[in-house]
Ligand binder design. Structure first.
Ligand SMILES: *Cc1c(COP(=O)(O)O)cnc(C)c1O
Length: 393
């Protein structure tokens, strides 16, 4: 075990990893400092974001929802980014960094498959080799995304160990990184894990809040919004939406976790609202664990929120009282999903529907006429099988 002082958000974060992982983490940290601020890198990433990803994504004022709630509801449309979600902001940035580091190979692990698809997309676009580790149960459950990854030229390696899900895929990817670190970059999918990943992923996702602030101020004559709301799985779309607003103390930052079925004693993913301090995947953060300190399984109808940990910066923002975190159950999210479809003509991801649900169900706590920006992290096409199963539509 090793630990550094930097990479902390209050008491949370750090680098709790086996000795063998220290060299690639230190190399990555040095590369971030050296390459990412350079004009060449910034110009290249800016061009990719504009012409390939389709940024800036719009900031959309919802007529129907705003009338319904008596509050002004704005959506930051990450669902319109290439591949249909915010994840590509991160994978394109990391893939470009890997290329500048002289690493021709990307590895990633994926549960629901969305991060695997975003990594495979970035690798294809930049001409990098790509291997995605995925628990063999997830390979069966997420056959559409497995096919997408293969079409994009990635190799999907099913992991047969342990529970055959995300946790085991992470272990397999870490072993690969230790063995192949000279040629390989590990493309992590959220603001989780050991330093410097929470910083790296935040810096790449911060484009969401930077754009939203500029767009809102342009439309509203220099004013700031009352509140920013985003769903929290690992926490990358939420940190991306929050980061630019953190210094503006008058803007409320609200993160929404998944309470699962909401029934007592059932599994959920409400790490910040119900979890406790502990170390998961290399960082000190909050996580779901039983009384013996064993990590508990998580659950949510939204596959992207189904993770027992959370990025350490969220735990830090919560402890500092700068951001508020609440949870919303499957039924509330499914209701919000249908409301957005019918009121605004937008089919949202089930993950994003959690953020929406919190606003729909807590509008009374927001002063009338105020302006709320909801980060619509992704589109819902990927969720249609689950929707059919639970709603019969
Ligand atoms: C993966 C995913 C999430 C959850 O990940 P974060 O790191 O918490 O952002 C949220 N929304 C969508 C659409 C996703 O694909």
């Amino acid at each position: 075990m090793q630990m550094l002082k930097k990479g902390y958000f209050g008491d949370f974060g750090g680098r709790f990893v086996p000795e063998l992982l220290m060299p690639p983490l230190i190399e990555l940290e040095e590369a971030m400092d050296r390459i990412m601020p350079s004009p060449i890198f910034k110009e290249e990433l800016g061009r990719i974001m504009a012409d390939f990803v389709g940024r800036p994504t719009p900031l959309y004022h919802c007529q129907g929802l705003s009338e319904m709630l008596g509050r002004n509801i704005w959506l930051k449309r990450e669902d319109l980014a290439h591949t249909g979600a915010h994840k590509v902001n991160n994978t394109m940035g990391q893939a470009l960094l890997a290329k500048h580091m002289g690493k021709p190979r990307l590895i990633a692990e994926t549960g629901a498959g969305q991060h695997g698809v975003a990594t495979a997309t970035a690798a294809a676009m930049l001409g990098l080799e790509c291997v995605v580790y995925m628990g063999s149960i997830d390979v069966k459950r997420q056959s559409h995304n497995v096919r997408r990854m293969k079409l994009l030229g990635a190799e999907v390696r099913p992991v047969e160990a342990g529970t055959k899900t995300l946790k085991d895929a992470i272990n397999a990817a870490l072993r690969d990184w230790i063995a192949e670190q000279r040629t390989t970059h590990y493309c992590l999918g959220s603001v989780t894990g050991a330093h410097p990943f929470p910083l790296l992923v935040r810096d790449l996702q911060a484009v969401i809040g930077r754009e939203a602030k500029r767009q809102f101020m342009e439309k509203m004559g220099g004013k700031l919004p009352y509140m920013i709301v985003a769903c929290v799985g690992g926490g990358s779309n939420a940190i991306g939406a929050f980061h630019e607003f953190v210094p503006h103390k008058e803007v409320r930052l609200v993160g929404v976790e998944a309470a699962g079925t909401g029934e007592l004693g059932c599994y959920h993913s409400a790490t910040l609202t119900k979890g406790e301090h502990g170390v998961l995947h290399g960082a000190l953060t909050k996580l779901l664990q039983d009384k013996h300190g064993q990590v508990e399984p998580s659950h949510s109808v939204a596959a992207g929120l189904d993770y027992p940990g959370v990025g350490p910066e969220h735990a830090g923002l919560q402890a500092a009282g700068r951001a508020e975190y609440y949870c919303v159950n499957d039924t509330q999210a499914l209701n919000a999903f249908q409301v957005l479809c019918r009121t605004e003509g937008i089919i949202p991801a089930l993950e994003s529907s959690h953020a929406l649900a919190w606003v729909l169900d807590n509008a009374e706590s927001i002063p009338r006429g105020e302006h709320v920006i909801i980060n619509l992290s992704g589109r819902g096409d990927k969720d249609l099988d689950i929707i059919e199963e639970v709603l019969g539509i």
